[in-house]
Design a protein around this ligand. Structure first.
Ligand SMILES: Cc1ncc(COP(=O)(O)O)c(C=O)c1O
Length: 438
C-alpha cells in the first residue's frame, strides 16, 4: 500500500523521490490560471505542456465534450466510423497548407511520429521503392518516447537506457545550435543553414535512394527551443527533393498557432510531405494526435485491389468521437476568436520580455521563435540542471508561477491569447527568482 496519497503514481519525466518530499499538485484550472491543492492560484507560463493555447477549460470546448460524451461515447473507426472524426479531418485539412488532403488520427504526439514513420516506409514500398528503409533524424530532436520516435530522436538521456534496442537503419544530422554563432539570436539565427548539408553527406554515405524520410521539428522545442537558421529548412527541402526523400515536419508543438500561423509551412514557406500533430489539436482537453499527408502520399496507397486494406495500422482510439468533438470545438475557437492572430501579435513583446534577461549574470543564452522561448542559465559547477529545477520550484512556491525547465534551460510557451500585463508580471517573478538563487 502506498504510504502517502502521492506514492502510487510513477510520474513521467520527473524525479519521483524528490517530488514526493513536497508534491506540487494542481486541482483545477480556468483560463490562464491553475489552482493548486493548497488553494493558491498559479499563472501558467507553459499553457499546459505546449497544449492549451486558448486557455484552460475553454467553455466552448468543455460544452462540446460534455455534449458528445452523452451522445456517442465511443465507436470504433475500423470499418465503421463516427461523424465527428470525419468532420474533424475535413476541418484540419482545410486549415493545413495546400495539398494536405488526408488526416490519420492517433492519441498522442509519440503515436503521430511512429505513424508518420510507418507511412513513409510503406509509401516507398507501395511505389516499388522498398529499398528506402533508412530514416534520418536530428541530434537534440524530440519525437516522443515510442521506439520509432526515440530512435530518430536525439536527446541523449531519452535514448541511453534503450540504446541496444533502438530501431536499426537510423542516422542523424547535427543539431543547429552553437552558442559561439547563435547566442542571443532574436528569432531565426543567421548562422547555420549549411548544417542542412549533413543530409547530403548522409545521402552520399548510405545512397540517397535508400533513405525513406528525414524528420525534424521545424522549431525544436523540448530540447530547449532551437529555431531553424535562416535558409536551413529550405536547404533540407532541396536535398530531399534531389534524392526523393520524404520530409516530415514534427509539428506536435508548433501546429495550431504557436508560430502565429496554423502550421509551420505557413510561416517558413517550406512545405514538407507529412506533418505530425497532437497537443493543440484539442487544446489539450482530450488526448489526440493527427498525421497529415500530402495527397500524393495517400494516392500511392490507393493503387491495389479495391477491397484490400491499404495500411495495416491504427489505434483503438483513432478518431475517438469525444476527442474529435474537442478538436472541432478547439479549431472553431481558434478561428472565431482569432487565436492565431493574437499569437502573432504577442510575439514581438514576448521576444522583448525574454531578451531583457540577456545581460543577467547567470544567463548564457536567450532564444525564441513564435511563442516558444528559452532562457538558458549557466550550470552550477558539477551540478548541471540543479539551477533549472530550483528556479522551477521557487517559481511555483514563491511566485505562484508554473514554468518548465529542461536541465538549466527555462522554457516558456505562453498562451496564444496571453494578456501582456500578466505575462510581464510572470517574467518579473522569474527575474526575482533568478536574482535570488546562487
Ligand atoms: C515535437 C514533439 N514530438 C512528439 C512529442 C510526443 O508527444 P506525446 O508526449 O503526446 O507523445 C512531443 C512532446 O512534447 C513533441 O514536442
Amino acid at each position: 500500500m502506498p504510504a502517502a496519497a502521492t506514492d502510487a503514481f510513477w510520474m513521467p519525466f520527473t524525479a519521483n523521490r524528490d517530488f514526493r518530499k513536497k508534491p506540487r499538485i494542481i486541482t483545477g484550472a480556468s483560463g490562464h490560471y491553475y489552482t493548486a491543492s493548497d488553494g493558491s492560484k498559479l499563472y501558467d507560463t507553459f499553457s499546459g505542456l505546449w497544449t492549451s493555447g486558448a486557455g484552460h477549460c475553454h467553455p466552448k470546448i468543455v460544452e462540446a465534450v460534455q455534449k458528445q460524451v452523452a451522445t456517442l461515447d465511443f465507436s470504433m473507426t475500423f470499418q465503421v466510423s463516427n461523424d465527428k472524426a470525419f468532420a474533424l479531418a475535413e476541418r484540419v485539412t482545410k486549415m493545413a497548407p495546400e495539398g494536405f488532403t488526408q488526416c490519420f488520427f492517433t492519441n498522442s504526439g509519440s503515436e503521430s511520429v511512429d505513424t508518420a514513420l510507418k507511412i513513409a516506409l510503406a509509401y516507398h514500398r507501395a511505389r516499388g521503392e522498398g529499398q528506402r528503409t533508412r530514416l534520418i533524424g536530428r541530434e537534440r530532436g524530440y519525437h516522443g518516447v515510442n521506439f520509432g520516435g526515440m530512435s530518430v530522436g536525439g536527446i541523449v538521456p531519452n535514448r541511453k537506457a534503450f540504446s541496444a534496442n533502438l530501431i536499426p537503419g537510423v542516422d542523424h544530422i547535427r543539431h543547429t545550435m552553437d552558442l559561439a554563432h547563435t547566442a542571443y539570436s532574436r528569432g531565426q539565427p543567421e548562422w547555420g543553414a549549411h548544417l542542412a548539408d549533413d543530409l547530403e553527406r548522409l545521402a552520399g554515405l548510405h545512397g540517397g535512394e535508400n533513405i525513406a524520410a528525414v524528420i525534424v521539428e521545424p522549431v525544436a522545442g523540448s530540447t530547449g527551443i532551437l529555431p531553424p537558421p535562416v535558409g536551413y529548412l529550405e536547404r533540407l527541402r532541396e536535398i530531399c527533393d534531389r534524392h526523393g526523400i520524404l520530409l516530415i515536419f514534427d509539428e506536435v508543438i508548433t501546429a495550431f498557432g504557436r508560430l502565429g500561423k496554423p502550421f509551420a509551412p505557413q510561416r517558413f514557406g517550406v512545405v514538407p510531405d507529412i506533418i505530425t500533430t497532437a497537443k493543440g489539436l484539442t487544446n489539450g482537453v482530450i488526448p489526440m494526435g493527427a498525421v497529415l499527408v500530402q495527397d500524393k502520399v495517400f494516392e500511392a496507397f490507393m493503387q491495389g485491389p479495391p477491397l484490400a486494406i491499404e495500411l495495416f495500422h491504427g489505434y483503438t482510439y483513432s478518431g475517438h468521437p469525444v476527442a474529435a468533438a474537442a478538436g472541432l470545438a478547439a479549431l472553431e475557437a481558434y478561428e472565431s476568436e482569432g487565436i492565431f492572430e493574437q499569437s502573432a501579435a504577442l510575439e514581438p513583446l514576448f521576444e522583448d520580455m525574454l531578451h531583457s534577461f540577456a545581460d543577467h549574470e547567470r544567463v548564457i543564452d536567450v532564444r525564441n521563435c513564435g511563442l516558444m522561448g528559452a532562457i538558458e542559465l549557466a550550470p552550477r559547477d558539477g551540478a548541471p540542471g540543479a539551477r533549472g529545477i530550483e528556479v522551477h520550484k521557487r517559481c511555483f512556491w514563491d511566485e505562484h508561477l508554473v514554468i518548465r525547465n529542461g536541465m538549466d534551460v527555462l522554457q516558456f510557451s505562453p498562451f496564444l491569447n496571453a494578456k501582456a500585463d500578466e505575462l510581464e508580471r510572470a517574467f518579473e517573478g522569474v527575474r526575482r527568482v533568478i536574482d535570488a538563487i546562487d
